[in-house]
Design a protein around this ligand. Structure first.
Ligand SMILES: [Zn+2]
Length: 424
């Protein structure tokens, strides 16, 4: 089995891998300005594409693989909710591209992707391309609705891989946790490394601090701006606020994503609780933003890393107000506006850099496994016969691979973008 890494190595963003020159697993877009795309984009003509989940850094460039005639387009394999989300996100990327001056694909490619998609249920074994040589299974990865770990077996060489995608081993309000003990054993493991060397804090305690900080902001007359990813984090945070009796304004794409989740209740831990939280929230569009900010309020809005979207409007309004706060709710990738806010105390809005005098706090409501869970997953796979482990999707993959070699002496590798490996 030949693996070529096209992105997402020693970095978070633009995850992409090519198997045997014809199967793509994930094809992402790093949401920096300008966005970064996988190596060799435009030159690869795969037969099959497998998508682990709908976050842009894993799925954002999949529509670009549909170029060429209708018969040339590859078959795409993903869960039903990932398919719906990937189309929604693709349309948003086209819109953002019009504003920022980039074009990676068009509406026609999204339609083609839809026509060529085979939706796959968790635990179902299917053959890729109707040929018996490659078998595929997707398993719940517990990260966002529809997220999957990808198991791929090549019959002719009797070799298999398991790619974790982004994975979470604890349940959240939105998601059931992944159950790695139910994953098929494999010869090769590809594991995400986002939180290598970092543990998550106790979630309940963290929630309480977050809620107390918001209440304090409201009591002092300020606005609490809560930037969230549209997919997963917005819904999790709205559910959390609802359970503490807080009614947020919700702005940006998180609302469309909620409507889409509602059509796929089996991918949610508690569809009723999600519906109840959203039926209490107040929705904002560009006309109602002024009202939302004119009174003490909590505003849940995109984009989670401040790379665009309505959050920039709110930041411009509150950046001078020391009573207000920006409460970041997730990982801020290097090079994003969110990382700049954390490290330098300023952000760029419409080409203008502004210093933020409002409070800035960061809460780790992560949907990724923590350090000990990642290490336990590697140990479990190696106990079950895995012989090669690739550490991907993180800023410390080299250290993670070194940890693997030190502790187990097996083949643990932090690949570089562009590197190719043949595993026998
Ligand atoms: Zn993700």
């Amino acid at each position: 089995m030949k693996l070529k890494f096209l992105g997402g190595c020693n970095e978070v963003g633009r995850s992409a891998m090519l198997v045997d020159g014809k199967i793509i697993i994930d094809y992402g877009l790093r949401p920096s300005d300008p966005p970064e795309i996988p190596l060799g984009s435009g030159t690869i003509v795969p037969k099959s594409v497998i998508v682990s989940h709908a976050h842009l850094d894993h799925s954002g460039m999949v529509p670009s693989l549909m170029a060429g005639g209708m018969d040339m387009a590859p078959d795409v394999y993903m869960t039903a909710v990932t398919s719906d989300l990937t189309q929604l996100m693709g349309r948003d990327t086209i819109k953002v591209g019009k504003d920022q001056g980039f074009v990676f694909f068009g509406e026609e490619d999204i339609r083609k992707m839809d026509e060529h998609t085979h939706t796959v249920a968790y635990g179902e074994r299917i053959s890729l391309d109707g040929s018996a040589n490659y078998e595929l299974e997707l398993c719940n990865a517990g990260h966002i609705p529809g997220s999957s770990a990808v198991y791929l077996r090549k019959e002719s060489e009797d070799i298999s891989l398991l790619y974790t995608g982004d994975i979470k081993m604890d349940a959240t309000r939105l998601m059931k946790s992944a159950s790695p003990d139910e994953f098929p054993a494999s010869d090769i493991l590809l594991i995400e490394s986002t939180y290598y060397d970092r543990e998550h804090r106790n979630r309940k305690e963290l929630e309480r601090e977050f809620i107390d900080s918001i209440k304090e902001t409201l009591d002092s007359g300020g606005n609490a701006i809560v930037p969230c990813f549209a997919v997963g984090r917005t819904q999790e945070i709205v559910m959390m606020l609802h359970s503490y009796g807080l009614t947020p304004y919700v702005d940006g794409m998180g609302l469309s994503v909620f409507s889409l989740f509602r059509n796929h209740p089996s991918f949610l831990k508690d569809a009723k609780a999600l519906n109840a939280a959203f039926s209490d929230a107040q929705f904002v569009n560009s006309k109602r933003r002024k009202k939302a900010i004119s009174e003490p309020s909590v505003i849940v809005t995109t984009a989670g890393m401040l790379s665009g979207g309505p959050v920039l409007y709110y930041l411009k309004k509150i950046h001078k107000d020391p009573r207000s706060k920006v409460l970041l709710t997730g990982y801020q990738i290097e090079g994003t506006n969110g990382r700049r806010l954390v490290e330098e105390g300023c952000v760029e809005t419409n080409g203008e850099v502004v210093k933020v005098n409002a409070g800035v706090e960061q809460y780790d409501f992560s949907a990724h496994a923590g350090d000990s869970e990642l290490k336990e997953l590697v140990s479990r796979f190696c106990r079950n016969g895995t012989e090669v482990v690739f550490m991907v999707h993180g800023e410390h993959t080299e250290e993670f691979a070194a940890w693997g070699r030190d502790n187990f002496g097996y083949n643990a590798i932090a690949p570089k973008n562009g590197e190719e490996f043949v595993i026998e």
